[in-house]
Design a binder for this molecule. Structure first.
Ligand code: SF4
Length: 94
């Protein structure tokens, strides 16, 4: 388990609300709310070549990167409902 360099209080995580319209994602719920415990947004090309096991829990170790537009970014935490890969990144549902 990789340790984060800082502590994020649980109440801060609850305040952060992510709106998302991708309703075939395991973390999506009615009202277009993401219920993942945390997510990782990255550059499309980096996400495409990085294993599913690398996600928000490793965020502090991931090199910062630049995107050319919103079309060049993605939610790496996305996993399709019912997929066998749901637990690959150890992200949980709130
Ligand atoms: S994990 Fe990403 S794609 Fe899935 S609901 Fe949350 S923000 Fe949307």
């Amino acid at each position: 388990m990789i340790e984060l360099p800082y502590f994020i209080p649980p109440e801060v995580k609850k305040i952060a609300k992510i709106h998302c319209s991708i309703n075939n994602c395991h973390y999506w719920e009615q009202g277009n709310i993401c219920h993942a415990s945390e997510i990782l947004v990255s550059k499309d090309s980096w996400a495409a070549q990085t294993p599913d096991q690398v996600d928000a829990l490793q965020a502090a170790q991931i090199p910062p990167m630049q995107a050319n537009s919103c079309m060049d970014t993605c939610c790496k935490t996305f996993v399709e409902k019912g997929s066998a890969e749901i637990k690959a990144d150890q992200i949980t549902r709130n």
